[in-house]
Ligand binder design. Structure first.
Ligand SMILES: [Ca+2]
Length: 442
């Protein structure tokens, strides 16, 4: 019998040797999961900072995935937090009353440690003394941490005791980057990119490690010797040892009273089967999320073939992100089109869009050259600045200022059958029309 059997199959019948497994677990020793179920990883209770309630000055910073490179962050990106910024996480899905370690994942934008972050847990009411968290005092729920500059995550030494089914608010105040003495070193514009917060079950608050029997002691020793906890901290994670794998499987079975359903999104997933360790569903191209239920940043149109690249113009768009339904990019002033890669109607010369110069005789011009298209009023030329053959006038004045082109009466107008001149002009002195007669006519 392995040491994990006891926790995986709490309802063994001594007579038959048959065990009733926890829900959705299977196998004679209850160490497997049913199809489409999984065991959670230690960072399963994950809350994206970019989806948290952001205080003044905080902004969403999305980041695109690069093909062929595993992302070093989760979700859409980060919350961009200035000095004094706050983030509030709503915690509603605690399945098991115990102590949880806070795992803060971030990217520092500054050369030094972020010195003072205040963490407060807001409980909806007093904790009943009968609760496993009954010993918590208010001071346990408020503490300061600092975030090292060179690190990508931090776990404060103090754990939080959280109760099953209770809703909490976890408040982070990023109060101070550095002390007043070092403000001169550029702390005025201190910024931190916060990726996510995870609540990691603390093994030392589970009976399977602390009951005092040989099996529990072995589990505890192994968990610590193999540093099973450490492997969950980074987003890009090293291979997990079999020893840790078995112990974490048992922790998951106890915390969730069985296995968890994959719930792979039927549109975004290639199959309904997720990774037995951690529950990641296999996503279609450009689809992200454990359940493959959203488009990656920079893509849109979630559907049965995945998501489509936005293709926003680097010159014309504010960001490379687009509307997740329509694909419309966010255009800079002057830029137009779904990808912001062209000018507004009547303008040309992207990305320096300017008005078409057609002297009022055309509305459109070539987007690239600016040559006017469909000059009206018998005009022609790149700017509708000349009269067509058989017409005279000064179209540069514009139609409103009598700048239209009139037919040369030589002796009658063009296309009349009695028109025998290539062109004509108006004499500046006597305003008479002078025809340039065809050969043989005077
Ligand atoms: Ca994130």
């Amino acid at each position: 019998m392995t040491t994990d059997l006891v926790v995986n199959q709490p309802n063994c019948s001594m007579e038959s040797g048959q065990c009733r497994c926890r829900s959705h677990m299977a196998g004679r020793q209850c160490t497997q999961v049913e199809s489409r179920y999984f065991f959670m990883a230690l960072d399963h209770f994950l809350y994206e900072a970019e989806l948290a309630k952001m205080g003044q000055g905080c902004k969403l910073e999305t980041r695109e995935h690069q093909q062929g490179r595993p992302a070093s962050w989760t979700g859409l990106g980060f919350a961009r937090v200035p000095e004094g910024g706050t983030l509030e996480f709503l915690i509603t899905d605690i399945p098991y009353s115990m102590e949880y370690d806070l795992l803060i994942r971030y990217e520092s934008q500054m050369p030094r440690d972020w010195e003072e972050v205040r963490i407060t847990i807001v409980r909806p009411g007093p904790i009943p003394t009968s609760s496993p968290c009954g010993n918590t005092i208010p001071d346990d729920d408020r503490f300061l941490v600092s975030l090292p500059a060179g690190a990508r995550f931090m776990v404060p030494p103090r754990a939080l005791c959280l109760e099953q089914g209770v809703t909490y608010t976890l408040r982070f105040e990023f109060r101070r980057y550095q002390d007043a003495n070092s403000v001169l070193n550029g702390a005025a514009n201190a910024l931190l990119l916060v990726d996510s917060l995870a609540l990691m079950p603390r093994h030392s608050s589970m009976e399977m490690f602390t009951a005092g029997d040989v099996a529990s002691n072995n589990r505890k020793q192994n968990f610590e010797r193999y540093r099973c906890h450490e492997r969950a901290k980074s987003v890009t994670r090293p291979m997990i040892s079999d020893t840790c794998d078995k112990i974490i499987t048992s922790m998951s079975a106890i915390i969730n009273d069985g296995a968890l359903p994959c719930n792979c999104d039927p549109q975004g997933s290639i199959s309904a089967m997720c990774d037995v360790r951690g529950g990641q569903c296999p996503c279609r191209p450009s689809v992200i999320g454990q359940r493959c239920d959203q488009c990656a940043p920079g893509t849109y149109g979630f559907g049965p073939s995945g998501c489509i690249a936005c293709g926003c113009s680097l010159e014309g768009a504010v960001t490379r992100l687009c509307d997740k339904f329509t694909g419309q990019c966010q255009c800079r002033p002057g830029a137009f089109g779904p990808r912001c890669d062209g000018c507004q109607s009547g303008h040309w010369g992207f990305p320096n869009c300017r008005l078409c110069q057609c002297n009022g005789h055309a509305d459109q011009c070539d987007q690239r050259t600016g040559a006017c298209i469909n000059c009206r009023d018998n005009t022609g030329g790149d700017k509708c600045d000349r009269c067509g053959n058989g017409y005279y006038g000064n179209p540069i004045l514009g139609k409103a200022a009598n700048g239209e082109c009139r037919p040369c009466q030589c002796p009658e107008g063009p296309n009349s059958g009695r028109h025998f001149a290539a062109s004509c002009y108006q004499d500046n002195h006597n305003r008479q029309i002078v025809c340039s007669c065809n050969q043989g006519y005077t």
